[in-house]
Design a protein around this ligand. Structure first.
Ligand SMILES: Nc1ncnc2c1ncn2[C@@H]1O[C@H](COP(=O)(O)OP(=O)(O)OP(=O)(O)O)[C@@H](O)[C@H]1O
Length: 279
């Protein structure tokens, strides 16, 4: 269906190792959250998973196939990518952006068929954009653009979706709508997130990065511990469960309650990593 795994994945630029020996797995139909401070390597890892960068060493596999052996068109028919702050030509409409999701399934000069049109309309509906489908790209807000990019990805009917901070422009309701939608899809999702509470609530599995390495991976309650959050983000937190839903809840403590030297977080030792390191 759509399992993504990496083995000892590394990538460098100008002699600087930005990803170092990443072993991770995104499970069939599940939502895997990529967490980590600014610059920890989340976007770089997503680009390697998408085949937009070639690893120096290591492999990415989609089910049993090595990404390096999958042709561009085969990959485009199964994998959708939602990058941060994508631009589009000013004068294209929302609907035209979403129709691009059907490109891998059509000949270059083929018109959209009935199935293409129905898929595009369903994607517009699911992202709450039906009434804005004729709007020009340049008139959209940041959040509407983000939803249009998600709609394009859904129109691709993918088996896997990679999303880089898809909620960063969205208001609270649309953040919940987007993540509810992702969790309801029968699609393997890998999503880079900054909001630890959203990660706790919506992700089945988390991969926590620091300095281009995986410092912890596993179920949210094994990764989002006060010790790991302090070590990686340099922030003191309380972790408990919301009374109403039972969901894991992270409460950030005021600066005065934080330990003096933790900010910036050094590379944690293996013993601090606690949960299973790679899964
Ligand atoms: N092409 C590049 N050339 C040089 N440095 C790069 C390049 N791409 C990424 N980097 C650096 O690699 C590190 C990881 O960047 P990346 O964008 O993957 O981090 P991130 O975890 O997604 O960060 P953020 O949370 O800020 O989006 C950063 O220090 C970044 O400056």
């Amino acid at each position: 269906m759509g399992r993504i795994t990496t083995t000892r994945l590394s990538w460098s630029v100008k002699g600087q190792r930005l990803l170092d020996g990443i072993d991770m797995a995104a499970h069939d139909g599940k939502v895997t959250g990529l967490l980590g401070p600014n610059g920890s390597g989340k976007s770089t890892l997503l680009r390697l998973l998408a085949g937009l960068r070639r690893p120096d060493t290591g492999t990415v596999r989609y089910d049993d196939s090595d990404l390096a052996d999958l042709g561009r068109r085969v990959l485009a028919r199964r994998l959708a990518v939602v990058e941060q702050d994508v631009t589009a030509h000013h004068h294209v409409t929302v609907r035209q952006v979403v129709e691009l999701g059907r490109t891998p399934f059509r000949g270059r000069f083929d018109a959209l068929g009935e199935h293409d049109r129905r898929t595009v309309e369903a994607a517009l509906e699911r992202t709450d954009l039906t009434d804005r489908q004729d709007r020009s790209w340049h008139t959209l807000s940041g959040g509407e653009r983000q939803r249009a990019q998600l709609a394009r990805a859904l129109a691709q009917e993918p088996r896997e979706i990679l999303l880089d901070e898809p909620t960063n422009h969205l208001d609270i309701r649309h953040q919940f709508d987007l993540l509810d939608l992702l969790t309801s899809l029968d699609v393997t999702c890998v999503v880079a997130l900054h909001d630890l509470n959203l990660a706790a609530r919506y992700c089945d599995h988390l991969v926590l990065l620091q300095h281009g390495t995986v410092v912890a991976a596993g179920a949210p309650d094994s990764v989002l511990t006060p010790e790991l959050i302090r070590s990686v983000y340099g922030v003191e937190v309380l972790v408990d469960r919301e009374p109403a839903t039972g969901a894991l809840r992270i409460t950030y403590l005021p600066t005065a309650a934080r330990p003096a030297a933790a900010v910036g977080g050094g590379r944690p030792s293996r013993s601090e990593s606690g949960p299973q390191r790679f899964s």
